[in-house]
Design a binder for this molecule. Structure first.
Ligand SMILES: [Zn+2]
Length: 447
């Protein structure tokens, strides 16, 4: 079921993307302009550039920095039947992403220089997306002994997390945050006290009862977050909450920020677009951790994005095979693939109902995640690597899992009609993705 990675047309060394609406939140730019790319870097941006280079026709398109997703699961090493770094990167490119940060719940976990080196080498060879590894915060993600963060940061780890398993033990968490503060990195917590979530399969209440499965209490998330905020207060460590799902958590982050604490948060498109009711319709393809919650939680997450309590949007791209998801609600693994649907789902959920506009949404996918991790990129500054996505904001299309570049198909969004699509993705000036039917826009430039 692995999708073949199609070879893309090749762009020349110098070209101009002409006539698009350039949205570059990092440089406060939102205007009709041309973007000249030379030797893989942004060369110039301006109205009707007269440079004599082949051109890409971007009329009617948004020209944006390549998107950044700081929460993906690429499964390699150890889970290559679900996704490899290469197929994950192809999926990222198809979703308009040029940079992703991958979570360490691989097998073995990303807790050693060896695994960090492997990820760097595999992603370099794939050449489709920048892959920044997030290292485990504790050895083998067991929550017992913090890793040597200095060594792993030196080898390329951009943050530390035991994602999938929040660190339960107070003393271990305190030591981990002290190290994060000392090395100047970021701690990312999957907030869940497992004694409170207690094997919950879906959000507690009506849907859990209807399905006859244990309910998942949102206080599993907010209680750990509250404990962690107390430890952040004591250590000053940079702390980022993964995939916020509950109204109470959003409020805790809002208050931590107003107290001046270095706390940030992310939310996933599915927690903005769906409630627990989705589990009744799509079964295990709507089973996530944290679970889809109720309408008040969805509203709180959207409000949090709009007022800045939540910093950025991530996919939590979590490939699982059809067989794994067919084990039924109780036994199927959690998560959905998200890279190839993220922008369209956010467009439908936030832009079409006029909660946010395109520049705000592009910021949530570019400058905001770059700021959370303190990484370069996410803007179209002159001299920056030419990581660019062209988005057709009015293209209506049907999500079709059979066309995914990801190895997996686990999503409740299959068959949805959505508006807005990344149609060309460029990394270091090279094409990494062209949507079906748009190659004519490249004809004067590509060969
Ligand atoms: Zn998680």
């Amino acid at each position: 079921m692995s999708a073949a990675i199609t070879t893309q047309p090749i762009l020349p060394n110098s070209y101009v993307i002409r006539g698009g609406r350039v949205i570059d939140p990092g440089n406060r730019l939102d205007q009709s302009a041309d973007v000249a790319v030379v030797d893989g870097r942004i060369h110039r941006i301006g109205r009707e550039l007269t440079v004599d280079h082949p051109s890409i026709d971007a009329t009617g398109l948004l020209v944006c920095p390549g998107l950044i997703d700081i929460h993906v699961h690429f499964r390699e090493p150890g889970g290559e039947h679900k996704e490899t770094i290469e197929t994950g990167c192809a999926s990222a490119a198809a979703g308009g992403f040029t940079t992703v940060a991958c979570m360490p719940n691989t097998n073995p976990a990303i807790d050693s220089p060896t695994v960090l080196d492997l990820i760097r080498e595999k992603s370099r060879r794939a050449g489709l997306c920048r892959v920044l590894p997030i290292a485990a915060a504790t050895e083998a993600r067991r929550g017992l002994k913090p890793v040597d963060m200095t060594a792993l940061k030196g080898r390329g780890a951009v943050a530390f997390s035991d994602d999938g398993d929040g660190i339960e033990d107070d003393a271990v968490m305190l030591r981990a945050l002290e190290q994060v503060a000392a090395v100047g990195s970021v701690f990312i917590q999957h907030c869940e006290f497992k004694s409170i979530s207690a094997g919950g399969v879906v959000h507690h209440g009506r849907v859990a009862e209807a399905l006859g499965v244990p309910g998942y209490d949102p206080r599993a998330e907010s209680a750990m977050l509250e404990r962690d905020i107390g430890l952040v207060r004591r250590t000053g460590a940079r702390y980022h909450v993964a995939h916020v799902s509950a109204a109470e958590s959003v409020e805790l982050v809002r208050r931590a920020k107003s107290d001046g604490l270095p706390v940030t948060a992310e939310v996933c498109p599915h927690h903005l677009a769906l409630t627990a009711d989705a589990c009744l319709e799509w079964g295990a393809n709507a089973k996530m951790s944290p679970p889809l919650r109720d309408a008040a939680d969805v509203r709180a997450c959207i409000d949090g994005l709009c007022d800045g309590a939540i910093d950025c949007i991530v996919t939590d791209h979590a490939p699982h095979t059809v067989d794994e998801k067919a084990r039924g609600m109780r036994d199927a693994p959690c998560g959905i693939v998200g890279l190839e649907t993220a922008l369209a789902i956010v467009s439908d959920t936030l832009i079409q109902p006029q909660r946010l506009d395109w520049p705000a949404v592009i910021a949530l996918f570019t400058t905001a995640p770059a700021r959370v991790l303190g990484i370069a990129g996410g803007n179209l500054g002159v001299g920056q690597p030419a990581d660019i996505v062209l988005v057709d904001p009015s293209m209506t299309w049907r999500i079709d899992v059979s066309r995914f570049a990801s190895k997996c198909r686990n999503t409740p969004f299959d068959g949805w009609n959505v508006t807005g699509r990344p149609i060309v993705t460029i990394l270091d000036g090279r094409l990494t993705y062209v949507a079906p039917g748009v190659t004519q826009r490249l004809e004067t430039a590509a060969r």
